[in-house]
Each structure stands twice: as structure tokens, then as C-alpha cells.
Write a protein that binds this ligand. Structure first.
Ligand SMILES: Cc1cc2nc3c(=O)[nH]c(=O)nc-3n(C[C@H](O)[C@H](O)[C@H](O)COP(=O)(O)OP(=O)(O)OC[C@H]3O[C@@H](n4cnc5c(N)ncnc54)[C@H](O)[C@@H]3O)c2cc1C
Length: 346
């Protein structure tokens, strides 16, 4: 029989970062995960951008997340002696006069000028004539590589159980041969199947992306217009992503592949080859806020989900805030607290 402070279900970015923070706090834990393939985190591009580019406003709590991430992800790199995380410029491809004027106006605003710069004409021959508006403080985590490395690390330390968690078999403080004080469910898109948190309202979104190879593109920044083009090294780029609220199959579709190619060709004017096409389901919520907190009925059962399309930006600080609330009774951010679902009609 193993005895731990925390049992964590799921090793996507939520469960991985939560358990890593527990490790740093010297809390004991075991992670149960049925396999990384097909999780939203394994498909995610890993871009962290603090702005909503259409309106040039900040995404929810963006500055809180940025200031925490800057230290957190660098420390993660040093802990594993890897470069999972790096700062990476993001450039908005601007083609219309209206958008250009809007960017120019916004880039002069006192606060926003720390995050965007006035657009300049692109000198890249691989992309169509346009202006590029630069976003400062954008970054990238190679999530695929981090999750695989972290899984290996957990395996070596005997902290991972590689199987599907069966909710019918869990007692108040025991699951099979594991005794725990607290259990945290970080199940991503499967969160809606969790019987202890069935009052939570999900609105999952399917997303698809391509990996392309192009010797001619030669972009070192993330390009964005309709789709993003993310350089991941060796002339490879991720191109995505689509958003779909209703779908027949979780597999990649021909329709979305064609859409991505069409949008890509509106930006770049060079040859490319498609290397891969993937799809995933983002664990999103209607009010587009994460879901954190304790079950109102079983107080040592916790939920960490609803990371939607910005899991990489939000997960580190939210994991810290959840641990602080569990260990020290600190109040969770009201908009992220799962208790908001209890007072709502379903
Ligand atoms: C196409 C696409 C592109 C994206 N791009 C970005 C991006 O650029 N930047 C960004 O920040 N976000 C991006 N996202 C969103 C991001 O993927 C999510 O916010 C994040 O990965 C959610 O992480 P999670 O850990 O909550 O869930 P998941 O990644 O889904 O992880 C859940 C884990 O729990 C496990 N699990 C579930 N149920 C059980 C069970 N019963 N037993 C055992 N294990 C279980 C699963 O196997 C999985 O490993 C993108 C998503 C998609 C689909």
C-alpha cells in the first residue's frame, strides 16, 4: 500500500504542472494517467500570447500569468536542464488599412505600448506584402517534449500509474492500493464524465493543426493572421488552429485541412510540404474561465480543469493558487472558482 498527500488524475499540462509544484513543495504524490496520446496538451502548439489580437486587449488575467510564468518556466528549464520554454516574438500580419490604423493608434497607448510596437513593412520575401505588428512578451513551450520528459521522470521515480482511473473504485481516501489525503482531477476533455463534479458545465472545442516543412519560409517569429505559423526548428512549422463546437469525430478532417491550407496560403508565398495533421479537444467552459476548487460534498476531492485554449499561459499560476487554497485556505479567484456553477441554473 502506498500512502501519499495527493493523488492526481491526468498528466496533461494541468496535472503535470500541479504535480511538479507539489514536488517543489516536498509533498508526496502519485499521478494516474492512461496515456498522453490524444490529449489536448499533446496536440497544443504551446504558444503563450497575452493579447486578444482582434481587439488588442489583454486576455483574462494575462499580466498576472505573464509575470508568474517568466520565473516559473525558466526554473522548469533549469530543473530538467532542457529548453522546453523560450521567448518567441509574435508578428501579426496586417493587410488592411483599417487594421493598420487601429494598430498604430493602439501602439501609442501608454500601457499597451509595453506589449505591442508600431507596425512596420515586412521585408520577408516568403510572405505576401504586408505590415507586421509585433507583440512583445510572447513565448513558446514545447509541450510535447516537456510532457514526454516529465512522464519519464515520474516513471523513474515510481510516481506514475499508467492506467485509466475508474471513478467507481475510489473511496474517501483510498484508490486501489493507494491511500491519499487529497485527490485532484485534471482530466481535460474527460472532465465532463467525472461523477463528483457533474454540475460543472463544459463547452469543449475541437481544434486541428498541421505541421509543415518549408525551406523557403525562414521565419523565426510566430506569424498570425487567421492562423498562426509557429517555427519549431529544422524548417518545421505548426499551422493552426481551427475551432469547432460540434463535430462527428475527434479525428482530423479533410475539411479543416483544406481550410488551414487556404488560410496559410493567404499569408505565405513559398513552397511547403505537409508533414502531419492532428486534432484535439480543448477542455473549454462556456464562460471561458478555468474551473478550480473542492467538491461541495467531498471536501478532499478537487477539480483542476477548463483551461480552454490558453492552458500554457494559465496552468502555472492557477496550479499554485489551487495548492495555496488547499494548503493554506487562501481564497481562489472568484471567476475561476467552481462554486460559480452551484448558483447557476443548468
Ligand atoms: C489544436 C489545439 C491547439 C492548441 N494550442 C494551444 C496553444 O498554442 N497554447 C495554449 O496555451 N493552449 C493551446 N491549446 C489548448 C491546450 O491544449 C489546453 O488548454 C490544455 O492542454 C489542457 O490541458 P489539460 O491538462 O487540462 O487536459 P489534457 O491535455 O486533455 O490532459 C488530460 C489528461 O488526463 C488523462 N485522463 C483523462 N481521463 C483519465 C482517466 N479516467 N484516467 C486516467 N487518465 C485520464 C488524459 O489521458 C490526459 O493525459 C490547444 C489545443 C488544441 C486542441
Amino acid at each position: 500500500m502506498s500512502k501519499v498527500d495527493y493523488l492526481i488524475v491526468g498528466q496533461g499540462i494541468a496535472g503535470s504542472i500541479l504535480s511538479y509544484q507539489l514536488l517543489k513543495k516536498k509533498k508526496s504524490f502519485i499521478v494516474i494517467d492512461q496515456g498522453l496520446n490524444g490529449s489536448s496538451s499533446m496536440v497544443a502548439a504551446g504558444i503563450m500570447n497575452p493579447l486578444v489580437l482582434k481587439r488588442l486587449t489583454f486576455s483574462w488575467r494575462a499580466e498576472d500569468f505573464l509575470s508568474y510564468n517568466n520565473t516559473f518556466y525558466k526554473e522548469l528549464n533549469s530543473f530538467f536542464n532542457q529548453n522546453f520554454y523560450s521567448e518567441l516574438k509574435l508578428e501579426k500580419v496586417i493587410k488592411s488599412e483599417d487594421e493598420l490604423n487601429y494598430w498604430k493608434k493602439k501602439s501609442l497607448e501608454l500601457h499597451l505600448s509595453e506589449y505591442i510596437s508600431e507596425p512596420t513593412i515586412s521585408s520577408k520575401s516568403s510572405i505576401y506584402n504586408c505590415y507586421l505588428g509585433k507583440v512583445k512578451h510572447s513565448s513558446w513551450i514545447n509541450l510535447n517534449s516537456f510532457l514526454k520528459n516529465y512522464r519519464e521522470f515520474l516513471n523513474e521515480k515510481n510516481l506514475l500509474v499508467n492506467e485509466s482511473f475508474d471513478h467507481k473504485l475510489v473511496d474517501l481516501r483510498k484508490y486501489k492500493n493507494i491511500e491519499f489525503d487529497k485527490i485532484v482531477f485534471c482530466e481535460g476533455k474527460n472532465g465532463h464524465l467525472n461523477p463528483f463534479f457533474d454540475f460543472v458545465g463544459f463547452s469543449p472545442t475541437k481544434g486541428e493543426l498541421l505541421t509543415i516543412e518549408s525551406e523557403d519560409l525562414k521565419s523565426k517569429a510566430i506569424l498570425k493572421k487567421g492562423v498562426f505559423i509557429l517555427p519549431i526548428g529544422n524548417n518545421l512549422y505548426k499551422v493552426g488552429a481551427t475551432y469547432e463546437w460540434k463535430w462527428h469525430s475527434e479525428s482530423p478532417s479533410q475539411e479543416k485541412k483544406e481550410l488551414l491550407i487556404k488560410l496559410l496560403k493567404e499569408i505565405i508565398d513559398c513552397n511547403f510540404t505537409i508533414i502531419n495533421h492532428e486534432a484535439g479537444v480543448r477542455p473549454s467552459v462556456k464562460d471561458r474561465r478555468p474551473i478550480l476548487g473542492a467538491s461541495p460534498i467531498i471536501p478532499n476531492f478537487y477539480f483542476f480543469n477548463g483551461l480552454g485554449s490558453r492552458g500554457c499561459l494559465m496552468a502555472p499560476l492557477l496550479a499554485k493558487e489551487l495548492i495555496d487554497s488547499i494548503e493554506n485556505g487562501t481564497a481562489l479567484h472568484e471567476e475561476a472558482n467552481l462554486r460559480r456553477f452551484l448558483s447557476r441554473p443548468s
